[in-house]
Design a protein around this ligand. Structure first.
Ligand code: F6P
Length: 553
C-alpha cells in the first residue's frame, strides 16, 4: 500500500504521530494506576472535565500527560477538527452516499442557518417539529380520535434499527417523565411474535400505529405495518377508511408512504442528511414526544445542542467527545483492546448500550478507508454491556480477572428520579456505591500482599489477587433528565465521529447490512412447498430442506 491516498493524506499507520504513540506505548510498559495516582495527588482533579451537566472523570485511564498530548497530535494530524467543521457546515462528508451529515441541525435553534445545496435546512426542521408538537398535543389531550371516536390510549411504533432503537431507548430512559395513562410499545422484529405480543391486549379503536422508516422500503417494517393494518381493520370491522385515524408515518419517502395507504398529510418528514442511527431527535422521535410531551422533548434537543456546541468550539484539551474518542483509539490501536463496555448504573438506561451498539458499530464497523483502500489498523470496537449492578453478577468477573483488556464507561446519577417512593430512594446510595466501588476495584485491584495480609491461604492468593489497571471513564450527572439524556447521546455521537475521522473511514454509510437483506429476499421463495433450492449453497440448501421437512413442505 502506498503511503499516501488520492488527497495526499499519509496512511494512518505511516504518520509520525502514529509512530510516536507506538513508541510511547512501548516506553510506558505496563502502567500502574496506583503509581500514577501516588505520583500526582492532583490527578483526579486534573483528569476530570465538565460538559453541561456531565462530570467526566478520566483519571483511571492508562495515560499520562504525554499520552494525551500525543493523542491530540494524532487528532490534529488526521484532520478531526476540519472534518468536524465540514460536518457542521453541511458538506457532503458521507462520500459513499454523497450526503451531508447534519443530525446537529435537528437540534439547532431556529435562529441558526445550515445550508445543504444552498438551502438553509433549519426552517424545515422547525416546521416539522411544530407539526410534531401539534400532533403530540392532540393525542395527549384526547383531541385526536380513532375511527370509532374513542381517544387514543396506545401508541405502537413500528420500525427497526435507527427507526426503533433511539425512541425505544429514550422512552425507557425517560419513563419517569412519560404520561402514564398512555401505553407506548415498540415493534421491530419481523418475527410475528413481536407484533403479536405488542397488540394482543390492546383495543384497536384506541391504538395509533406510527410507522417509522427513513426509506419506507425496509422489509421488516413494511411487513409488520401491513400486519398491523390487517389487525386494526379486522378488530374494528372497518375498511381502509379507518387507516387515516390510526396510522401515521415518519419518513423521507412520501411516495412510498402514499403507496402504503397512509395519507401524506399524516406523514412527518425528515431528510437524507439524517442517518438512521442519528435520527431519533428528528421526526423518528414522535412516539417519544407523545410519551413525554413536546416541552420535555425540546429540553432533550437543547441537551443535544449544548454538547454539539461544546464539541464544535471547545479547545482540544477540554473537548470531552474528542478525549473519549482518542482514549478508545489508545486502547483499540495501541493495546489491542477488542471491545468497549458501557455500563450504566440506572435501570432506566436498560436499552442505552443496545442503542450505542448501532450508533458505534454500524458507523465504525468498516475495513476500507474513505478511498476504498483496505485499512491496516483496527477500527470500531465491539460495544457491549448492560446496566450495573446486574452485570456485576454476570460478566464483570472477566473484566476484573480475565485475560482481555476491556475499557469501560460507568454512567451514574447522583439523584434518583423524582417519583420513587422514599423506601426506594434509599436504595440509590447502594446502587451508586456499587458504581464507585467497581471503578475503584478495576483501577487499583488488590495486590497479593494485601490478599495475604487478610490471612488467605497461600494457594488461594493468586485466585484472589486483582491486577487492577482496568481503565474506566466515569460519567456522573445530577439526575437523568431529558436534557442529560440528550447530552449523553450527543457525547457518544461525537466520540464515534472522532474515531471514524482518525481511522479515515466513512462513519455514515452502512453497506455491510445490504447483502443479508438481498439474500433474505432470494432465500424466502425457497422456503415454500415444492420451490426450487437451486442457486443456494449446499449448507444453506440443507438447512432449508430441514426447515421445509419440519413445516411439512
Ligand atoms: O440496518 C440498516 C438500516 O439501514 C439502518 O441503518 C437503519 O437505521 C435501519 O436499516 C432502518 O431503516 P429505515 O428507517 O429506512 O427503515
Amino acid at each position: 500500500m502506498s503511503e499516501m491516498n488520492a488527497e495526499g493524506r499519509t496512511a494512518l499507520d505511516r504518520m509520525p504521530e502514529w509512530n510516536a504513540l507506538t513508541k510511547h506505548r512501548d516506553e510506558l510498559g505496563e502502567v500502574q494506576l496506583r503509581r500514577l495516582f501516588a505520583e500526582d495527588p492532583r490527578r483526579a482533579e486534573k483528569y476530570a472535565l465538565t460538559v453541561g451537566d456531565l462530570y467526566v472523570d478520566y483519571s483511571k485511564h492508562l495515560v499520562t500527560d504525554e499520552t494525551l498530548r500525543l493523542l491530540r497530535e494524532l487528532a490534529a494530524a488526521t484532520g478531526v477538527a476540519e472534518l468536524r467543521d465540514a460536518m457542521f457546515r453541511g458538506e457532503k462528508i458521507n462520500t459513499t452516499e454523497g450526503r451531508a451529515v447534519l443530525h446537529t441541525a435537528l437540534r439547532a435553534p431556529s435562529s441558526a442557518a445550515v445550508e445543504v445545496d444552498g438551502e438553509n435546512v433549519v426552517p424545515a426542521v422547525h416546521a416539522v417539529l411544530a407539526k410534531m408538537r401539534a400532533f403530540s398535543d392532540r393525542v395527549r389531550s384526547g383531541d385526536w380520535k380513532g375511527h370509532t371516536g374513542k381517544r387514543i390510549r396506545n401508541v405502537v411504533n413500528i420500525g427497526i434499527g435507527g427507526s426503533d432503537l433511539g425512541p425505544a431507548m429514550a422512552y425507557e430512559a425517560l419513563r419517569a417523565y412519560t404520561d402514564r395513562g398512555l401505553t407506548v410499545r415498540f415493534v421491530s422484529n419481523v418475527d410475528g411474535a413481536d407484533l403479536h405480543e405488542a397488540v394482543r391486549d390492546l383495543d384497536p379503536a384506541e391504538t395509533l400505529f406510527i410507522v417509522a422508516s427513513k426509506t419506507f422500503t425496509t422489509i421488516e417494517t413494511i411487513t409488520n405495518a401491513t400486519s398491523a393494518r390487517s389487525w386494526l381493520l379486522a378488530g374494528l370491522g372497518a375498511g381502509s377508511e379507518a387507516v387515516a385515524k390510526h396510522f401515521v408515518a415518519l419518513s423521507t419517502n412520501a411516495e412510498k408512504v402514499a403507496d402504503f395507504g397512509i395519507d401524506t398529510a399524516n406523514m412527518f418528514e425528515f431528510w437524507d442528511w439524517v442517518g438512521g442511527r442519528y435520527s431519533y431527535d428528528s421526526a423518528i422521535g414522535l412516539s417519544l414526544m407523545i410519551a413525554i410531551g413536546p416541552d420535555r422533548f425540546q429540553e432533550m434537543l437543547d441537551g443535544f445542542h449544548l454538547v454539539d456546541e461544546h464539541f464544535r468550539t471547545a479547545a482540544p484539551e477540554g473537548n470531552v467527545p474528542l478525549l473519549m474518542g482518542l482514549l478508545g483509539i489508545w486502547y483499540g490501536n495501541f493495546h489491542d483492546a477488542q471491545s468497549h463496555a458501557v455500563l450504566p448504573y440506572s435501570h432506566y438506561l436498560s436499552k442505552f448500550t443496545a442503542y450505542l451498539q448501532q450508533l458505534d458499530m454500524e458507523s465504525n464497523g468498516k475495513s476500507v478507508d474513505r478511498d476504498g483502500r483496505p485499512v491496516n489498523w483496527q477500527t470500531g470496537p465491539v460495544v457491549w454491556g448492560t446496566p450495573g449492578t446486574n452485570g456485576q453478577h454476570a460478566y464483570y468477573q472477566l473484566i476484573h480477572q480475565g485475560t482481555k483488556l476491556i475499557p469501560a464507561d460507568l454512567i451514574g446519577f447522583a439523584r434518583p428520579v423524582d417519583d420513587l417512593e422514599p423506601g426506594l430512594v434509599a436504595q440509590h446510595d447502594l446502587l451508586m456505591a456499587n458504581l464507585f466501588a467497581q471503578g475503584q476495584a478495576l483501577a487499583f485491584g488488590k495486590t497479593p500482599e494485601e490478599v495475604a495480609a487478610e490471612g488467605v491461604a497461600e494457594e488461594l492468593v493468586p485466585h484472589k489477587t486483582f491486577r487492577g489497571n482496568r481503565p474506566t471513564t466515569t460519567i456522573l450527572a445530577d439526575a437523568l433528565t431529558p436534557s442529560v439524556l440528550g447530552q449523553l447521546i450527543a457525547l457518544y455521537e461525537h466520540k464515534v465521529f472522532v474515531q471514524g475521522a482518525v481511522w479515515n473511514i466513512d462513519s455514515f454509510d452502512q453497506w455491510g447490512v445490504e447483502l443479508g437483506k438481498v439474500l433474505a429476499k432470494r432465500v424466502e421463495p425457497a422456503l415454500t412447498e415444492g420451490a426450487s433450492v437451486e442457486g443456494l449453497d449446499p449448507s444453506t440448501s440443507a438447512l432449508v430442506a430441514r426447515y421445509r421437512a419440519v413445516r411439512g413442505r
